[in-house]
Every structure is written in structure tokens, then in C-alpha cells.
Design a protein around this ligand. Structure first.
Ligand SMILES: Nc1ncnc2c1ncn2[C@@H]1O[C@H](COP(=O)(O)OP(=O)(O)O)[C@@H](O)[C@H]1O
Ligand SMILES: [Mg+2]
Length: 600
């Protein structure tokens, strides 16, 4: 990938390219230049790589001085600094996909994989539909990985499961593709500009709760970006013109005979057997148990999630016991057919109920409380959020492990991320657990603890966002962004505490939103919290943050108004650093205004 060669030949060099050239001509490393200019090496690296496209006025001055550039070079660099930057930064050439490593082996689906691959060749938009837990995500990821060689610009996954706000779809897709929020364009325009000449596959996972908004984004991308293909998963189709729908059924069941040779050909049986082996090494399908296993898989309608939940119980039960218990459960309810809803959905529901019923109360309490997390969690977070009368903080780790053993929670591949181990719930399980949380009357308390945890994290991170370890902290906040968004969105109670904690959370995050290019979102969120409910110092920070974000989006007028208000609060507070920062930004804005008037 990379820029089109004719563009590259005619486009003037970027600020970053020129900076690198001058630095090398002066035989300086990034660190050496940073030291003599008095700015961070990171800032120089960001400028050279184009992560940061527009240097601040004072940064530019310091660089020019440190490089001791003669007048013509200096002028040329200043021109490049002001030139409209290209709207987006493109994903680097090395990273061609962001698909997660699978946690378990993939089973069967030979025909579906083939059909999906053919559909992706014949049409530009394919949606895999089907009930929750039937394997849509798994199939989409499997095929997405397999077709990677067909897409020179890679395969990119945006998981929309944790989003509740349709406005964030574009931001989530943009983040997946590393497209930045800049002032010249709306984020959707930036995204389309980045995708226009790309040959890539975009995987939109879990669209069902945002169908209309997804359809709008998908249509816009398909219209503007002729080489982009989209693979979506959703319980219902998106209704986009040209959409090819692939309805996914559960895994194939054994034919009616119970002969071992027939039974072991079924994908449902193979999945069940594989998962059984994970909890009971040495488990095998035999002449003796083939009929029972076949009956079990039929009872579970071949639904992958149901098969996994049942197989996890083989750690303690024999196949015969398991089958008998499940039969009882279905029998108890008068058979799934008597309940409302499509039959397979009832089967899954009964299986989830059964699996839940087998938990002890502390396990249940932890499971339902875990449903407040969006986009996964760490053990520390779970311990802080899931405590209660049934589950003491010290017990949470053990209870979480038991939920993992029962296939209700998942451990993500920590090695791949190189970070702290993370856990999550499958979306279907999260919804189920969420219903129990609401019914338990614990939702408010749990959300409150969740917010307190992420507030503490954000406030701990804040002072580091300008320091030497800023990347690590920014990455951490990015990983927890869905949790933070959830914490900011909930109206837990109609009281001053609720408002005040949201103000604090937003105030701690403006620099993250700025640096990680969630600028429009950050601006919206800071405007949305009722800053007047906070202390004067908080109000000043919120106003200043809003002002800087507005300025980064080149809304000079609003920025000046907000920063001036922040300045007067900082003066009342005798906050010297605040005063200096605010005056710095106001100076930049004035300079920009001056330049504009001059240019007209
Ligand atoms: N073909 C398959 N091979 C192995 N595991 C599967 C397969 N299909 C689904 N699963 C597993 O079943 C569970 C539910 O599948 P998932 O793709 O999340 O369903 P959906 O996206 O339809 O809700 C997951 O744990 C998934 O890994
Ligand atoms: Mg899914």
C-alpha cells in the first residue's frame, strides 16, 4: 500500500519528511534534537512519522532554532507546517490485519466457508446472519483470516458489540484502521478518504443492536470506496442495497443412525468432543457413548455455544449424567417447543438457564456483575467491581476461574497483547448475565463500582499523559475505552454524586481524547457532562479540555471563548500552570487568526 506513486511524485514533501531531512543533515538523532530543542523525543518521532501532522507554533519555533536553519529552509519548513495535512494517517504497511488469535480450535463449516468466500468474491457486502451463539463471529473471523492474501491492504476487524451509541460506529471503525480525527473533515469523511483507494476487507462484528446506523455507514463506504469489501455479522440483515445474506444455521447434526462412523462425521459432535477433551483429556467418542453424544448434540440443536456450555460440565459429570440432566431440564420446562420464540432460541435459552442453575450463588453473583464490563476486563477490575455479600474481593479470582472452566467467561490471549491478562464474556452470555443483574437489583451498585474503578484509573493516568511513559498510559486507556465510555454514559442515580463523578472522569480524559484522535467524541462528551456540578478547579479543566479539543479541530472561535473562561478560573484559583497553558493556547489561536486575516 502507500500513496499512489503519481501523487507521491507531485505532492510537496510533508512537514515530517522535511524535519527528518534537516535533522539528518545536521547529523542529529531524534533524542539529540529533542534535547537541544527542549521538547520530547516522542514529539519529534510523532512529527516525523506523521502521527502528528501539525506542529504547535512554539514547537516549530524551538525546532527551527535548534536546527539553526538558514532563512529559505526555515520559510519552507514553516510553509510545510501550515500546509493542509493529508487528512489521515494510514495503517502501517507491516500491520495488515488486526484479527484476534483464536482461543480454541475451529471445527467444520467447510461448506459455509466456501460459500462465504464465494460471496465475498461475487459481491462487496456480505452479512452473516443467525441466532446468537450459532457461530457467526467465529466463521467470519475464520474466513477473514483465510482471505487475507486476497487483500493487499489487509483485513480489519471492528467489533461493535460494546457500543451503545450509534455515533461511535464510525469512530470504532476508524480506530481499527488507525484513521485519525482531524479538523478538516468529519471523521466519516476522513475514513472514506483513507479507504478510497484501498483494497481491503472490513469485518463489522455484532451489528445487530445498531442495524440502521451500521447500514448508513456501510452504504457510505461502499459508495465512496470502490475496492473495499465488507463482511458483517448480525442477528438480522442490514438491509443495504447489494447486500448478500448468508444465513448461518447451527452445526450439522449426526444423521439419524447412531453408528459411530455416522456420528463422528457431524460437526456438532466434533465440536462437542473437542471441547470435552479440553476439560477431560482422553475423552473420546466410542462405540459405547456415540448414541448418547449424538442425542445430546441433537438435544442442543447443534448450537455451538450450547455445545460448549454442556461439554464444559464433563469435568465433573459423565456423558450419561450430563445427558440425563439436560433431558430433565428440558423435560421440566415442558419441552422447549412450548415456550415462546423460535425453537433454537428456546434451546439456547434453556441451556443458558441450565448452566446458570448449576452455578452456586457466589458464581452467579460474579457472572451477573461481570456483565457491566464492556470490551473485557482485568482481574484487578473484576475484583473491585464484583465484590458483594456473596463474593468477597479475595474470592473473585477463584470464582472467575470457575466461570472460565464452565465456558461462561473467556480468557483472552495475553501473550499476543503483551499486556495484562484480560477476560470477557461472549455477547450472548453478557446479555443473559445482564438480565440477571437487572433482576437482582444490583445494577446501580455494580455500575457505581465499575465507574469508580475507571475513574481511579483515569485519574491515575492523567498526570502521566505528558510524561515519559505517556504511550503506555495512552495504550492502557485505549484498551479500556469501551469501559470508560460505558461509565460515562450511565446515569446511575439522579443525584449530585452521579453528575460529579462523570465530570471528574471526563476531565481526566481530555488529553487522551486529544492524543488518540477521539477529538470529536471527546468534545461531545466534555460538553455533555454538567461541568457546573464540579469544583472550580474541575470546571477550569473541563473548559480548558473542551477548548483544546475545539482548537485541535480548528474551531478557533469556540476554542478562544472556552480557554478564556478557563483562564479566568485559573486566575481566581492562582493556578500558575493553568494560566501559562491557557495563555499558550490563546496565543496560538491569536496567531492563527492573524495568519488567516493576513492570508485573505
Ligand atoms: N465452527 C466453530 N468451531 C469452533 N468453535 C465454534 C465454531 N462456531 C462457533 N464456535 C464457538 O461457539 C461460541 C459461539 O460462537 P460465536 O461465533 O461467538 O457466535 P455468534 O457470533 O453467532 O453469537 C464461541 O465460543 C465460538 O468460539
Ligand atoms: Mg458474534
Amino acid at each position: 500500500m502507500g500513496t499512489n506513486s503519481s501523487d507521491a511524485a507531485t505532492a510537496p514533501p510533508t512537514f515530517g519528511t522535511m524535519l527528518r531531512r534537516h535533522r539528518r543533515a545536521a547529523s542529529l538523532t531524534q533524542e539529540e534534537l529533542a534535547a537541544s530543542a527542549g521538547i520530547s523525543a516522542r514529539a519529534i518521532a510523532d512529527l516525523e512519522r506523521g502521527v502528528n501532522l501539525t506542529p504547535r507554533r512554539d514547537t516549530l519555533e524551538m525546532l527551527v532554532r535548534a536546527l539553526a536553519l538558514p532563512e529559505p529552509d526555515r520559510a519552507a519548513l514553516e510553509v510545510a507546517a501550515k500546509r493542509a495535512p493529508s487528512p489521515t494517517r494510514l495503517p502501517s504497511v507491516r500491520r495488515r490485519a488486526n484479527l484476534p488469535a483464536p482461543l480454541t480450535g475451529f471445527v467444520g463449516r467447510a461448506e459455509e466457508q466456501l460459500r462465504l468466500r464465494q460471496a465475498l468474491t461475487a459481491t462487496r457486502m456480505v452479512t452473516v446472519t443467525g441466532m446468537g451463539g450459532c457461530g457467526k463471529t467465529r466463521l467470519a473471523l475464520q474466513v477473514a483470516g483465510a482471505v487475507l492474501p486476497d487483500y493487499p491492504d489487509g483485513v480489519w476487524l471492528a467489533d461493535l458489540a460494546a457500543l451503545t451509541d450509534p455515533l461511535l460506529i464510525v469512530g470504532t471503525v476508524a480506530s481499527a484502521l488507525d484513521v485519525r480525527d482531524t479538523h478538516q473533515h468529519t471523521l466519516l469523511d476522513s475514513l472514506m478518504a483513507a479507504l478510497r483507494a484501498r483494497r481491503l476487507l472490513l469485518v463489522l462484528d455484532n451489528c445487530e443492536h445498531l442495524v440502521d446506523a451500521c447500514a448508513a455507514v456501510v452504504s457510505a463506504i461502499l459508495r465512496a470506496c470502490p475496492w473495499v469489501r465488507i463482511l458483517a455479522t448480525s442477528r438480522e440483515s442490514l438491509g443495504v442495497p447489494g447486500e448478500h445474506i448468508l444465513t448461518l444455521l447451527p452445526l450439522a447434526l449426526p444423521s439419524r443412525t447412531d453408528r459411530l462412523a455416522d456420528v463422528q462425521c457431524s460437526d456438532a459432535v466434533r465440536l462437542f468432543t473437542e471441547r470435552a477433551r479440553a476439560v477431560r483429556p482422553g475423552f473420546a467418542l466410542t462405540q459405547r457413548n456415540a448414541a448418547t453424544v449424538a442425542a445430546l448434540c441433537r438435544r442442543l440443536d447443534g448450537i455451538p455455544l450450547a455445545l460448549e456450555l454442556a461439554a464444559a460440565r464433563l469435568s465433573a459429570l459423565s456423558v450419561e449424567d450430563l445427558a440425563a440432566r439436560l433431558d430433565d431440564r428440558f423435560g421440566l420446562l415442558g419441552g422447549a417447543a412450548n415456550r415462546a420464540g423460535p425453537p433454537r432460541q428456546q434451546t439456547l435459552r434453556v441451556t443458558l438457564d441450565w448452566s446458570h442453575h448449576l452455578l452456586d450463588e457466589p458464581e452467579r453473583a460474579v457472572l451477573r456483575r461481570l456483565s457491566v464490563f464492556a470490551g473485557g476486563w482485568t482481574l484487578d477490575a473484576a475484583e473491585a467491581v464484583c465484590v458483594g455479600s456473596e463474593a468477597l474481593r479475595a474470592d473473585v479470582a477463584g470464582l472467575l476461574c470457575r466461570l472460565v472452566d464452565k465456558s461462561l467467561a473467556l480468557v483472552e490471549d495475553a501473550a499476543a497483547e503483551g499486556g495484562e491478562r484480560r477476560y470477557r464474556l461472549l455477547e450472548t452470555v453478557r446479555e443473559y448475565a445482564g438480565e440477571h443483574l437487572l433482576a437482582s437489583g444490583e445494577a446501580a451498585g455494580t455500575r457505581w463500582r465499575h465507574r469508580a474503578w475507571y475513574l481511579a484509573l483515569a485519574e491515575q493516568a492523567e498526570p502521566h499523559l505528558t510524561g515519559p511513559a505517556q504511550d503506555r498510559w495512552l495504550d492502557l486507556l485505549e484498551t479500556e475505552h469501551d469501559n470508560i465510555r460505558a461509565a460515562l454514559t450511565w446515569h446511575i442515580a439522579d443525584d449530585a454524586d452521579d453528575t460529579a463523578t462523570r465530570v471528574r472522569l471526563a476531565a481526566a480524559l481530555w488529553r487522551f481524547w486529544l492524543r488518540r484522535s477521539h477529538r470529536s467524541e471527546g468534545r461531545r462528551r466534555l460538553t455533555g457532562v454538567r461541568a457546573e456540578a464540579g469544583t472550580m478547579a474541575l470546571r477550569a479543566r473541563v473548559l480548558f479540555g473542551r477548548g483544546v479539543l475545539a482548537w485541535s479541530l480548528r474551531d478557533g472561535r469556540q476554542a478562544a471563548g472556552l480557554v478564556s473562561k478557563a483562564l479566568s478560573l485559573y486566575r481566581d484559583l492562582h493556578d500558575q500552570k493553568g494560566i501559562v497553558d491557557a495563555l499558550g493556547i490563546l496565543g496560538e489561536i491569536a496567531q492563527w487568526n492573524g495568519d488567516r486575516i493576513h492570508a485573505q
